[in-house]
Write a protein that binds this ligand. Structure first.
Ligand SMILES: CC(C)(COP(=O)(O)OP(=O)(O)OC[C@H]1O[C@@H](n2cnc3c(N)ncnc32)[C@H](O)[C@@H]1OP(=O)(O)O)[C@@H](O)C(=O)NCCC(=O)NCCS
Length: 181
């Protein structure tokens, strides 16, 4: 298993062994994350459902469709963040979407920046991508600030772009280009 190290964290591609820890991460952070996520059925965050999902994710990784990562503090099993590079398109586009979240109690320490500042160049290089696209709701000030610090440029604004927490919501569209390739 390849581990990507940052000063404070260990980042790994999602595996079936992570299912229980991911499930615990989402259950612990329900109130924190619900307003930024799609509505989920009641049985979405169960260890059994996550077992199946993580096996599907492993296949997606093998096929190069999506690269989903979990983040831990060194020496600790608990997952503190996730970062998902999804919807990979190759050909003339070589692009992917990026989504992420951080445990509520870990915010305000620069940890998501530390993770993505290492992970984005890794993904661009490792999987030969040229463009990473990330979109946020205008009121998600923390996410907007993070993307700006990471070098994402605003490309526009889309009306009713994603159905978040049961409602179609406008989003700011941003992207980071790989100038090296
Ligand atoms: C979006 C989210 C990941 C941002 O988390 P975050 O902790 O603010 O992000 P960063 O890692 O960039 O940390 C920045 C904060 O750490 C502080 N900080 C402390 N030490 C730091 C360091 N060494 N380097 C950088 N920042 C540091 C910064 O001052 C800033 O705090 P402030 O916002 O109080 O000024 C988090 O709020 C989250 O998970 N939200 C819910 C899910 C979500 O919105 N996902 C994205 C949907 S588009």
């Amino acid at each position: 298993m390849q581990q990507i190290k940052t000063e404070r964290t260990l980042i790994t591609l999602v595996r079936a062994d992570d299912a229980e820890d991911i499930c615990a991460y989402y259950l612990r952070n329900g109130d924190h994350l619900d307003r930024w996520e799609p509505l989920r059925p009641a049985d979405y965050h169960t260890p059994e459902a996550w077992k199946i999902r993580t096996m599907d994710f492993a296949v997606e990784i093998l096929k190069g469709f999506a690269y989903r990562y979990v983040v831990r503090l060194e020496g600790n099993r608990e997952i503190i963040a996730v970062a998902n590079f999804t919807g990979v398109v190759r050909g003339v586009f070589l692009a992917s979407y990026l989504g992420y979240s951080l445990d509520r109690t870990m915010q305000g320490k620069g940890l998501m920046f530390e993770v993505l500042d290492t992970l984005i160049p890794h993904v661009l290089r490792q999987y030969g991508l040229h463009r990473i696209m990330a979109h946020y709701m205008p009121e998600n000030v923390r996410s907007g600030a993070l993307l700006q610090r990471l070098g994402f440029e605003v490309e526009g604004r889309a009306r009713d772009y994603l159905k978040i927490n049961g409602e179609w919501r406008d989003h700011v569209l941003t992207a980071r280009i790989n100038d090296a390739g």
